[in-house]
Design a protein around this ligand. Structure first.
Ligand SMILES: Cc1cc2nc3c(=O)[nH]c(=O)nc-3n(C[C@H](O)[C@H](O)[C@H](O)COP(=O)(O)OP(=O)(O)OC[C@H]3O[C@@H](n4cnc5c(N)ncnc54)[C@H](O)[C@@H]3O)c2cc1C
Length: 456
């Protein structure tokens, strides 16, 4: 509980705004949440803003706040498998890793509906209005601090781009997301329900995820991350869920036919359950100055916009929400002014934000040679207990880094440290990599003969 309750406004009832609003309420602050739509509208007339798969540390905060309503019904994800496909219709390798805590992807529209209802029941003040620039002046004047969590567009432009922390001048992928249902939730004979990530360096990436949809419950979501102008970049003209499914079938048949059975039985989960677009990965300054000189602070995608290929946006949003809550709790009666906001954001950036951004940037490009060697050293991992060659431990560390990007990203950025990690887990660098080659070559031979590669 905060020693000194403050009055805080939050603009935007998405993932970050709502988690922060609940955190502040739980600490005893007076919170007003401004949403441009009602809880009901999230269910009946909204598009999802993203897949928002969260991992252990981000989910822990939701649990602490009593927001984990779907833990018994949603398909939890204890692990993930990554397939590297260097050319069309070819699987060079697959690795399967376990997470220390399962992740989950829940329809953000369902979450916003429920968490807004909870917020009012728990004593929060909810205002349904689309906050304009001039209205923001009134809101900021009436509260000790105003947090803007309106996502990537609109009010986000109040916060200047931090050029020193922003690598790309434009989006790097064309994105799609489609909610569908029909097929079973399991991939092949994996020991657990897992997220599937296809890496096609010549075309982009594809995520296949067991998902909890607002209407149909446990089902699927797929997200294509197409390199501009590449062979996956065929979704630009789609105008409906059915059209997106048709193009997804075509792309999957053409590039990764082993996933086609998933789409053969698929039907869109709802007419609005699809998204297409592009995100420029962008770090903004945390302070927005209004024309009157009043200040507001950025939260979630408004502060840092991620390309989703490393699944960092919603995870980062939860962690930033927690950070703002803990910082406000600890502030006592200090003014929550621009200097204070900047100091708090620096702590967040140093501890977490920089690593989440660096991981996303790393995955956006072709893997550096030592990271490629790390992937090869993981070959053989199948998610089962009892391996002693280091492959599973390396795979688990690699996937665990998505949940805790500070854990391995600095190592991945440093070839000497990456090599040392391989040696630590697998005994000898050459042995860890070279002994995988016969298996990888055999898999190629099998595919040349028209057979399944036989990867673990
Ligand atoms: C295809 C795709 C896949 C993704 N996959 C993942 C993933 O697997 N894992 C992950 O961690 N992240 C993922 N993300 C990112 C994640 O979805 C976002 O980071 C997260 O949903 C952002 O939450 P937010 O609350 O910051 O913003 P938003 O979800 O955009 O919410 C902003 C809210 O503010 C409201 N609003 C806007 N303007 C106003 C206004 N003026 N007044 C009042 N209200 C307003 C909007 O209606 C909205 O409800 C993905 C994104 C995409 C596009």
């Amino acid at each position: 509980m905060a020693e000194i309750p403050r009055s805080i406004a939050i603009i935007g009832a998405g993932q970050s705004g709502l988690v922060c609003a609940h955190g502040l309420l739980a600490s005893g602050h007076r919170v007003t949440l401004y949403s441009d739509r009602t809880a009901e509208a999230f269910l009946s007339e909204s598009r999802p803003t993203g897949v928002a798969t969260r991992f252990g540390p981000a989910l822990d905060y939701e649990r602490e706040l009593g927001l984990n309503h779907w833990e018994q019904s949603a398909p939890m994800l204890p692990g993930a498998s990554v397939t590297l496909s260097p050319v069309r219709r070819n699987r060079a390798l697959t690795v399967t890793a376990r997470l220390t805590q399962p992740g989950v992807a829940i329809d953000v529209r369902l979450q916003s509906h429920r968490w807004m209802t909870d917020f009012v029941e728990r004593g929060g003040t909810l205002e349904i209005e689309r906050v304009s620039g001039s209205r923001l002046e009134e809101v900021a004047g009436a509260h000790d601090l105003t947090l803007v969590a309106t996502g990537k567009g609109g009010l986000a432009s109040l916060f200047p781009c931090d050029e020193t922390r922003t690598k790309y001048e434009k989006p790097q992928r064309h994105l799609t997301m489609l909610c569908f249902h029909g097929p079973d939730l399991q991939f092949g004979d994996q020991p657990f329900l897992s997220a599937g990530l296809e890496v096609l360096p010549y075309a982009g990436e594809v995520f296949w995820l067991p998902f909890h949809h607002k209407d149909v419950g446990p089902s699927w979501v797929v997200s294509f991350e197409a390199k501009w102008g590449g062979p996956m970049d065929r979704f630009q003209e789609v105008g409906s869920a059915a059209e997106m499914l048709a193009v997804a079938r075509e792309v999957t048949r053409d590039l990764m036919p082993w996933r086609s059975p998933l789409l053969e039985l698929a039907e869109p989960s709802d007419e609005l359950g699809w998204v297409k677009g592009a995100v420029r990965p962008l770090v903004r300054k945390p302070v927005g100055v209004l024309p009157s000189g009043q200040i507001v602070a950025a939260l979630g995608d408004t502060a840092i916009a991620f390309d989703p290929l490393a699944a960092q946006g919603a995870n980062n949003g939860n962690r930033m929400a927690r950070h703002w809550v803990e910082s406000i709790d600890a502030a006592g009666d200090q003014p929550l002014d621009a200097a204070w906001i900047e100091r708090q954001f620096e702590v967040f950036w140093t501890d977490h934000g920089q690593h989440a951004v660096a991981l996303t940037d790393l995955l956006m490009e072709a893997p550096p040679p030592m990271v490629a060697a790390l992937l090869v050293a993981q070959y053989g991992s199948d998610g089962r207990e009892g391996r002693d060659d280091g492959a599973q431990a390396l795979a688990d560390a690699y996937i665990g880094n998505f949940a805790e990007p500070a854990s391995l990203t600095p190592t991945l950025l440093d070839p000497t440290r990456t090599r040392a990690l391989i040696v630590e887990q697998a005994g000898s660098f050459l042995w860890a990599v070279a002994r995988k080659l016969p298996g990888l070559l055999l898999a190629q031979l099998r595919q040349l003969l028209g057979r399944d590669p036989g990867h673990p």
